[in-house]
Every structure is written in C-alpha cells, then in structure tokens.
Design a protein. Structure first.
Length: 261
C-alpha cells in the first residue's frame, strides 16, 4: 500500500494543485500514483459519525481491533471526532509542518460539537476559503483544545517574533502523517489508510515548490514515504514540538519567522 516515489525534482515528479486544491494532478510521471488525477478524498467524508472515509473503513476497523486491548485503549482511533489530515491552505502556505496525527484530549468531544469549530474543520477539509485558513488561530475558536494546543506551541512566533495571527494563518499549514485522532499514536510504521496518499502528495508538492518544510514528529515515517524527506529539518524534540528558537535552532527559527512574516 505504501506509495513509492523516485526522485524529487520537477523533471521526474511534477504535480499541480487546482485552484481550490480539490484535485491533485500528476503529469508525465511513471511513479506509483500514475498519471491519473487524484481527487480530494475528504470531499466524501460522512456528515455524521463515525467519521471514516469509505476507502479507509477496513483499515481503521483492523487497526482498532489490534490496539483496543492494549494500553487501556489509548491507541484506539476515535472516529467520533472529525479527522484533521491537514490544517491550513497548502496553496498559500509558505511554511509547511509535518506532524504525526491529531490527538484526543479533554474537551475535544465538546469542541467538535461546536458549530463554528465544525464549520472551520469542514471548510478546511474541502479547501474552501475562510478568514483564518489555519483555523486554530481564529480568535473565535481560541477556547477549543485544538486552538489552545497550537497557540501554546506557536507562542514564540507571536510573543517574541511579533508575528500577526491572521498573516500566519494564511502562510502556515500542517500536514498529518495519519489523519484520524487517537489519544496515543500506536500506529504502524508504514501507510495504513488509502487516504494518506493525499497528504503525502501535498507534502511532496510543498518540497517541489520549495516551500519551507519543517518536521515536527514522525521523522522515520515521513522518510519511509519518500527519501526526499531526508532533506527536511526536524525539530530537536518531537515530544515537545514547540516552534521555538530553542527547539528549531536559531537559524531555522529565523527562517520560519521570515517566511511567515
């Protein structure tokens, strides 16, 4: 199931994203994905829970069957929360973060019932315009656990670098290696769900178009997707994963600030 890519330059791996990012196209390529257009799979997400794409259902059920009895079920995939395979606009982003998967914490169930938060997630999944593409930075949503987590981990960008929230929301995107929520990430080392291919394409497109790509977590997993990700700088502490001068290093942190400014 794992996709295979050979080479990273535009001569042998050329992708284009449509105006609304609803479809990824591959031109003149002989890679595993082939030359056919790839539609955004998240357009097919059910409107009610369980929130599982039809193409992912078997894989999620199989994965949950393996992890449910371990570690008090902390690795179980929570299909009652809307998936968040990426946050932000991949087209307008100047900085793309690579993460592992969205977590589960206190208050998430309530937040995912909040109409404003649900609308932001769904518009993001569909690549539809909204005031804050990186919606955790929307002041109207800052009491949600998602927003609180991101505001904590991006704090130095605002408090020390003096960046503006709305500008960062337009220029920042995070791509998750695995799209569904879990309390702990007891995930396989290799691709599990077909929908992950879409995220992998977004990340490779970011590299090809020379956006600043920075790894937060899951370095081995991202490199297993494609050797291109060996060139990506990763944060020093995947457990902490704050975007700070200490965790990124002064040079990389300044590059992030300059790209987001």
């Amino acid at each position: 199931m794992r996709p295979s890519f050979s080479g990273c330059n535009s001569s042998n791996f050329s992708l284009a994203i449509s105006h609304d990012c609803a479809t990824l196209f591959s031109h003149e390529t002989h890679h595993a994905y082939g030359a056919t257009a790839m539609r955004n799979p998240w357009l097919e997400l059910p409107r009610r829970s369980p929130y599982i794409l039809p193409q992912d259902r078997k894989a999620i059920l199989r994965l949950n069957g393996r992890v449910s009895a371990k570690n008090n079920g902390q690795g179980r995939i929570n299909v009652n929360l809307l998936p968040e395979p990426f946050i932000g606009n991949p087209k307008t982003a100047k900085v793309v973060l690579l993460n592992l998967n969205p977590g589960v914490g206190d208050g998430d169930r309530q937040a995912h019932r909040n109409p404003l938060f649900r609308r932001a997630i769904i518009r993001n999944l569909r690549n539809e315009p909204q005031e804050y593409f990186f919606y955790p930075l929307d002041p109207k949503l800052e009491k949600t656990p998602c927003a609180q987590w991101w505001l904590k981990h991006l704090r130095e960008l605002f408090q020390k670098a003096g960046l503006d929230r709305k500008t960062v929301a337009r220029r920042l995107c995070v791509i998750e290696w695995f799209p569904y929520h879990s309390q702990k990430a007891y995930l396989p080392e290799r691709q599990t769900c077909p929908s992950q291919e879409y995220a992998f394409r977004l990340a490779l497109k970011a590299l090809e178009t020379r956006k600043l790509v920075v790894g937060m977590r899951a370095k081995k997993r991202w490199i297993a997707v494609d050797s291109c990700f060996k060139s990506v700088p990763f944060l020093k502490s995947p457990q902490n994963c704050c975007i700070s001068s200490g965790n990124a290093g002064k040079i990389l942190f300044q590059q992030i600030v300059d790209a987001l400014r």
